[in-house]
Design a binder for this molecule. Structure first.
Ligand SMILES: [Fe+2]
Length: 269
């Protein structure tokens, strides 16, 4: 099974740049690249920050961009998103009674669990008791699971970024659930960080994906500011093959020279 993980597309009201970049052009470029190279993917998961300012026009632009896209799409909320316009633009995305945009689905490789880590009016991640209980329930009923968050569910050692992870007081209960279902959860995927990241949480592998827009420059010393720059954007292609998981990072916007060579020994000279 093959699926795509993309994050933090930060769409604006059409015509408005974000951090000096055009999010609409970037999204169009990414979707076109996927259609051309990965149309056989089962689905595309966008782990939040669909918009930058949360305007209804920005959600309409997301909807328009995805109209007719041949790969099924799963949408999640990020800290830059706003629930009301999100739900208005995407009424078919499941919403829990408490208002959380979280849901799960069973696919050939296992259960895909899409969590809502957002809280209105804050960039920090939240994972309250109700969400912990919901996640516990989703994992209890699965043999194999892949879990998606917007916010990073653990500290990364980058003080300014860690201020905006899932908040400190919510991490222990979340980690406890993940540990309890360690034999079920195969991988944790998240966005929010705008940088290529991998590691483990309680022994469970995780990966954070770059944005299709600006990228964060990791700074393991500064506690107050985090820096970003218009570095190469990308999305990830995830191959699930039995017990193995392979994740490719695709630099979809690169338009420079590519040097091609064969696999013969002399071709590498
Ligand atoms: Fe973001």
């Amino acid at each position: 099974m093959k699926f795509i993980h993309m994050s933090d597309i930060h769409l604006s009201r059409p015509g408005r740049l974000v951090e000096g970049l055009d999010p609409h052009a970037r999204l169009a470029q990414a979707l076109s690249h996927m259609t051309q190279h990965h149309a056989d993917a089962s689905h595309l998961v966008i782990t939040g920050d669909l918009t930058h300012f949360g305007e209804p026009e920005a959600y309409a632009a997301v909807r328009d961009a995805l109209e007719g896209f041949p790969i099924p799409v799963r949408l999640m909320m990020g800290n830059h998103d706003k629930r009301a316009p999100f739900v208005q633009a995407f009424p078919d995305v499941p919403q829990a009674p408490q208002g959380f945009v979280h849901y799960a689905e069973d696919l050939p490789a296992g259960r895909f669990v899409y969590c809502d880590t957002t809280e209105p009016e804050t960039h920090q991640g939240h994972f309250c008791e109700a969400r912990v209980a919901w996640l516990d329930q989703q994992l209890a009923g699965a043999e194999t699971a892949f879990v998606f968050f917007h916010h990073n569910p653990l500290h990364l050692g980058d003080p300014a970024t860690d201020e905006l992870s899932i908040r400190d007081q919510d991490q222990p209960a979340l980690h406890a659930v993940l540990k309890r279902h360690k034999s079920t959860v195969r991988h944790l995927f998240f966005g929010h960080v705008h940088e290529p990241l991998c590691g483990t949480l309680a022994g469970i592998p995780f990966s954070g994906v770059p944005s299709t827009m600006h990228q964060v420059i990791p700074d393991l010393n500064s506690a107050s500011l985090s820096g970003s720059a218009p570095l190469e954007p990308s999305y990830r292609v995830v191959l699930l093959r039995g017990e193995d998981i392979v994740i490719h990072q695709i630099p979809f916007a690169y338009d420079g020279e590519i040097i091609w060579h064969g696999n013969g020994f002399d071709d590498w000279a």
